[in-house]
Ligand binder design. Structure first.
Ligand SMILES: [Zn+2]
Length: 357
């Protein structure tokens, strides 16, 4: 009798254990909330990060949350800090439409358009509500202007909740830009190895080494830097130019994201890693010392020698008043795309090539 009783008890325990395991698998992960979006395991939800009114108007930033059925890291994808860098915004719109939460291990937070007023009003570079760039005021301020209040909520609800982050940009309305990514070099070897692999997995074949970003979490300024100073590996990527939405630019950003998700084991398969990228150790900004009409002489992506004339500015009667020359040999990462030129405006950014770091 004792034996039978023992066996029954044993069987009961095994049965309970099996039940517990099955129900955990069926339930998947707990739900995940960002702003007003709460996604259950294996589901996608949309909502808004509500930025309350303060010294200026309130705003609502759209957010989509993909809660995978299986556990894994939390990856945040953010675009549209500059609301007229359209290719990057459309790339995240495509990902919102195409990602399948049932296939994802982990969680993806997508914020496709941070700067809605810039997008709606077609105002480049800044948030027209307060005249501030929405990628310069992190980690944000509760009592600041709209950009600062929005930055604080993105820091708290997106950056602090994620394990990895990608910030998407591109050439703005007035920037004729060739695609590239940034590898932020912080000096922390383990962290830098991870971000380097993310940049290589993203697949863009021009990579800027940025070693000059603030080290202090409370002075992080940029979004990717806000994540990196909080121990979350983050890269920034750029594709698209001059207000256009070219299919190849959008595709490069979509494919790069999926490849990073494979690298992070959030999707099955292997990442497509760029094998021989061109690395840039220094960026030279050429600025006009005269206001007037700008004429470019080179295209985005052109290799230029030191001293080469890359464009010029005339007065309103066609007389040349300024010549822009490359300060060093390198690649034209972007050049001004429009004739409008103010004194001090950027004519071009030239990337100086360095060896594989
Ligand atoms: Zn930008």
């Amino acid at each position: 009798m004792a034996y039978t009783l023992g066996a029954m008890k044993y069987r009961k325990v095994v049965l309970l254990l099996l039940l517990a395991l099955t129900s955990t698998a069926a339930l998947g992960q707990a739900s995940f909330t960002v702003g007003t979006a709460t996604a259950a395991s294996g589901q996608m939800a949309t909502g808004f990060i509500e930025v309350p009114a303060g010294v200026d108007a309130a705003t609502s930033i759209p957010v989509a949350v993909f809660r995978g059925a299986k556990p894994g890291p939390v990856l945040a994808l953010v675009s549209g800090a500059h609301g007229t860098e359209y290719a990057s915004i459309i790339a995240l719109e495509k990902l919102i439409q195409s990602l399948d939460p049932a296939q994802i291990s982990g969680t993806v937070i997508i914020v496709p358009l941070v700067n809605i007023q810039s997008f709606a009003q077609k105002v480049p570079h800044v948030n027209p509500v307060d005249g501030k760039s929405m990628n310069r005021f992190y980690p944000g301020k509760r009592d600041g202007t709209q950009t600062e209040r929005a930055s604080l909520l993105i820091t708290q609800q997106v950056v602090e909740r994620c394990d990895y982050l990608i910030d998407y940009h591109g050439g703005d309305l007035d920037e004729n830009l060739r695609p590239y990514s940034y590898w932020p070099k912080t000096g922390n070897t383990t962290h830098d190895a991870k971000t380097r692999e993310m940049a290589l997995a993203f697949g863009l074949d021009h990579i800027i080494i940025s070693a000059d970003r603030p080290q202090e979490a409370q002075a992080s300024r940029y979004l990717d830097n806000t994540a990196n100073t909080r121990g979350k590996p983050a890269i920034a990527v750029e594709a698209g130019y001059s207000g256009t939405v070219q299919p190849e630019d959008v595709q490069a950003l979509v494919d790069g994201t999926l490849s990073v998700m494979r690298f992070l084991k959030m999707l099955p398969g292997s990442p497509t890693v760029v094998e021989h990228p061109t690395w840039f150790g220094k960026i030279d900004t050429v600025a006009s010392d005269q206001p007037g009409i700008f004429y470019p002489l080179v295209q985005r992506g052109t290799y230029v020698e030191q001293g080469m004339k890359i464009g010029y500015v005339t007065d309103y009667f066609g007389k040349t008043i300024y010549e822009a020359h490359a300060p060093a040999a390198g690649v034209v990462l972007y050049i001004c795309a429009v004739p409008s030129m103010k004194k001090g405006d950027t004519v071009a950014n030239i990337g100086e090539i360095t060896k594989n770091p």
